[in-house]
Design a protein around this ligand. Sequence first.
Ligand SMILES: [Zn+2]
Length: 103
Amino acid sequence: MENSFRPTSFKVCARTFNIKYVKDSCGLDAGDMGCSNYDLGEIIIRTRLDGRNLPEDAIMETLFHELQHVIFWAAGLSELATSEEVVSQTSNIALQVWSTLNG
Ligand SMILES: [Zn+2]
């Protein structure tokens, strides 16, 4: 079985965000892999798509993507927080760094 890293909360700027992992589209718009709700302090991550479990690396990719939305939002950079291109590019790099940390 693959190792899974499923953090359930984090703090940013004195706010606690909860992370929920849901099957299929529960709480998500159809086709979305995840979403962030700043008002609720909540991230939702999809773990299944079309009736199949998603691989852990896809779940981590979604988690880092949603975290990046929150990071830009917390930094007051709302234009960046709402840019899917910027969020995807920076979160993919952050995940590469995280995945290859040594020591
Ligand atoms: Zn996004």
